[in-house]
Design a protein around this ligand. Structure first.
Ligand SMILES: C[S@@+](CC[C@H](N)C(=O)[O-])C[C@H]1O[C@@H](n2cnc3c(N)ncnc32)[C@H](O)[C@@H]1O
Length: 777
């Protein structure tokens, strides 16, 4: 993507997620903001087989649909026998043990019922029949999905048994299918008409795509200069303290959401990228164009939806010129005027179970030690690993019924963790740490989401412009965009742009910041008031500090501090560019507050962290974070949070708040840090953040119990919200209660870390900082 925004993701979540934990499949959707096609595809996801984790089976975006390591699924594989001795086979089946020929080693009962020798090449009809599907080529969407899933399984199985899939024969079958289709078409004139129309539209779309690609190539050259500038800034930021996981967030324009799977009313999309958006929606649905032709006539609901889409496309073509008034109206829309309709994924849960069990292969066996050894020797087979992940997740979801006798949950989990490391590329420690946050199925969704970039978003700088004015200017430059959601009046999601978003005149003039939506949240939670004194303790490169400045309408004072001198440069540059006149930039170790200056009305501690919430932007996190890093980080975070608390004036007339946030999802860096602060500072309590999205913070985790009000904290997850992973906690600092233990109403002049270990770590860090400064100066 380079610096050019090419974002084909669905819009960020704009619906408050119900405060409940549980799989994404149970989250509510907001119909109003979800394009119809996306909604449709979501429903399909919810009704997919249990055995195929949603995110893996049905990637939610084009990017996810083509993961580096994804299995290419041929919907109509044909089979050719090859030398089985050469094929590694670690996916072991009970049946395979008894009969040597691959034909008896089918994975599912259905697959088993269809054995194939060298001479027996099954037609698609045979396969369909074996699956109980109609032979006339007219499949409902669900049936088609099922067929595809079975085909994938069959393909993988056959591969593991030494078969190869021959593309030539595949083409023959396609021809056969086409002939069948033609027959069907003759029988039904009406259908034929429809299909002709479809064909024309598809051709148009294909042409459009080709033109787009050409344009892209041309534009790439033109953009090079701007890209270089921006890259410079970003590199600068990345060459930073290991503890910082977020510089990328702000510079890399991140944002979000797949989530909620909600979509944007077609009326809400603006700009010349409308067609592209349609294409985006089509990419995300699992249908390809051919599949649309195969839509089952009897499936009235889906046909209706398709008709609607066709109408929309026609409308879009007609409405090439954007009505400025409409745009202005849209950008004036008040958050409250949204009719939020929700849709429960839950409704499909039953189907999901049923279908999952149908697809379950209860003969899956964990590899033995010998199998594992053999697998180690053989070339890495990611398809095999991927398939085993799905099998194990499925078994863990119904362990009593599906587990192999004599095998424990731990056996399966151990294998699964190894496979996660192999397939997604995490180190052992991090794979386990992240895995433990979720159910096995949801963990896979999380890992999968980390393979997909989040949407590009910008924050409008209200010190310089209004959102609708900026939107209009960018639209005129060929940018396709829309508001991020009703909960933010300053966020815009960029879908497509013919100019580099980080180098437009508006960007250079400070009209906006490239900023992930998640990183709006701590500022919204802090809610600084005009004329207050606010400290942003770890602020470079200034995404949040400049937002705080804007929220305070350039009044009062924001102390934007960061311990990293190199990052101070980009912080200062952003402060100037964004026209923030109420910001003082300073360069201290945060732990020197409040000694340097205290008595703030509010303090934001957007803490240095591991960055496990932004792995899609910085995949190096997968391998470069060790147990030791987490220990050190957690210590630093605990020290910083105490300093943040002690820098707030409990007597502030308007404030007295601290917001602690990280772009990490681990409990060690979040709930545990807050719990530590509550223990050390009894004058502090957790209060609501005022953020409408996200899940509750954990009240307990793996045997540890946290403060009851920890649920008021917000947790944002990439797979659930299509936003960067984030944690936000708001604390109210009260006057210290009088008593033998505390004695004083005032915050201590110098924060005391009563832990000898803390002191040692601080000392080491100070020395490192001093060394770094020496190198820089
Ligand atoms: C997550 S980033 C902050 C991003 C910033 N809030 C923004 O919105 O642009 C964490 C920052 O903490 C800084 N940092 C690391 N250790 C620090 C310390 N001991 N005191 C102050 N800042 C520190 C890093 O240099 C990094 O810029």
């Amino acid at each position: 993507m380079g610096r050019r925004a090419k974002n084909k993701q669905p819009a960020p979540a704009d619906l408050p997620e119900p405060r409940q934990t549980g799989g994404a499949a149970k989250q509510k959707l907001q119909k109003r903001n979800v394009p119809q096609e996306d909604r449709k595809s979501l429903k399909r996801k919810a009704s997919g087989p249990v055995s195929l984790p949603k995110a893996v089976e049905e990637p939610k975006s084009k990017a996810a649909a083509k993961p580096k390591k994804a299995v290419k699924i041929d919907p109509k594989p044909t089979i050719k026998h090859v030398d089985t001795a050469k094929a590694p086979s670690t996916l072991k089946k009970t049946k395979a043990k008894t009969a040597a020929p691959a034909k008896d080693s089918g994975k599912s009962a259905k697959a088993k019922s269809h054995s194939h020798s060298d001479d027996e090449i099954p037609s698609v009809d045979d396969v369909l029949a074996s699956l109980g599907l109609p032979k006339d080529g007219k499949l409902s969407e669900r049936q088609r999905k099922k067929a595809l899933a079975e085909a994938e399984r069959l393909e993988l199985l056959l591969k593991s048994q030494g078969y190869s899939l021959d593309e030539d024969e595949d083409e023959d079958e396609e021809e056969e299918d086409e002939e069948d289709e033609e027959d069907d078409e003759e029988e039904d004139d009406e259908e034929e008409d429809d299909e002709e129309e479809d064909d024309e539209e598809e051709d148009d779309e294909e042409d459009d795509d080709e033109e787009e690609e050409d344009d892209d190539e041309e534009d790439d050259d033109e953009e090079e200069e701007g890209d270089e500038d921006e890259d410079e800034e970003i590199d600068d930021d990345r060459a930073l303290d290991f503890v910082d996981g977020e510089e990328i967030e702000d510079e890399d324009y991140a944002i979000i959401n797949e989530e909620d799977d909600e979509e944007i009313d077609s009326d809400e999309a603006y700009g010349p990228g409308e067609e592209e958006k349609e294409a985006r929606v089509e990419d995300e649905s699992l249908d390809d164009e051919d599949d649309e032709e195969d839509e089952d006539e009897e499936d009235e609901e889906e046909d209706d939806e398709e008709d609607d889409e066709e109408d929309d496309e026609e409308d879009d073509e007609e409405d090439e010129e954007i009505d400025e008034e409409d745009i202005n109206d849209e950008f004036d829309v008040d958050a409250n005027d949204d009719d939020l309709e929700t849709d429960e994924f839950g409704a499909d849960d039953e189907d999901l179970e049923e279908e999952g069990h149908e697809a379950v292969d209860d003969s899956f066996l964990l590899p033995t030690v010998e199998d594992e050894e053999r697998e180690k020797q053989a070339p890495l087979d990611l398809q095999l690993v991927h398939m085993r992940i799905q099998e194990i997740v499925n078994i863990l979801s119904d362990f009593q019924r599906l587990a192999q006798p004599g095998r424990s949950r731990a056996d399966y989990t151990e294998r699964l963790l190894k496979d996660i490391q192999t397939y997604y590329g995490y180190n052992e420690f991090l794979a386990e740490m992240l895995f433990n946050l979720f159910s096995p199925a949801e963990a896979i969704e999380f890992f999968e989401a980390n393979e997909t970039p989040r949407p590009v978003t910008i924050r409008v700088n209200t010190l310089r412009t209004r959102r609708r004015d900026l939107a209009q200017k960018l639209i005129n430059r060929g940018v396709s965009l829309e508001p991020v959601g009703p909960w933010s009046k300053v966020g815009l999601q960029i879908f497509e742009s013919s100019v580099p978003i980080g180098a437009t005149p508006e960007y250079l003039a400070g009209d906006y910041m490239l900023q992930a939506v998640s990183s709006f949240l701590p500022c919204i939670a802090l809610a600084p008031q005009p004329n207050e004194r606010v400290l942003d303790m770890a602020s470079a490169p200034g995404g949040k500090a400049t937002y705080l400045s804007a929220l305070m309408q350039n009044t009062g004072c924001v102390f934007a501090n960061d311990s990293n001198k190199a990052r101070i440069k980009s912080l200062t540059a952003n402060v100037h560019r964004m026209g923030c006149k109420n910001v003082v930039v300073c360069n201290y170790d945060g732990r020197q507050f409040p000694k340097v200056i205290g008595g703030f009305d509010r303090v934001l501690l957007d803490s240095p962290c591991s960055g496990t919430g932004v792995i899609s932007k910085d995949p190096s996190v997968k391998t470069n974070k060790s147990k030791r890093d987490f220990i050190l980080l957690s210590q630093l975070q605990k020290q910083l949070i105490l300093c943040a608390i002690d820098s707030v004036s409990p007597k502030s007339a308007t404030g007295g708040y601290v917001v602690y946030s990280t772009c990490s999802v681990t409990v060690e860096e979040n709930e545990e840090v807050v719990e530590y602060a509550l223990r050390k500072r009894p004058n502090v309590r957790i209060v609501p953040t005022g953020i409408e999205i996200g899940r509750d913070g954990f009240k307990s985790f793996r045997g540890k119990t946290f403060d009851e009000r920890m649920s008021l904290c917000r947790r944002i997850f990439p797979h659930a919200h299509n936003l960067d992973g984030f944690f936000v906690c708001k604390l109210k600092v009260d006057v210290m209660p009088k008593g033998p233990a505390h004695g004083s109403e005032e915050a201590p002049e110098e924060t005391v870390f009563d832990d000898a270990q803390d002191e040692q770590i601080m000392q080491r860090s100070r020395e490192r900082q001093t060394k770094k400064r020496r190198v820089v100066t």
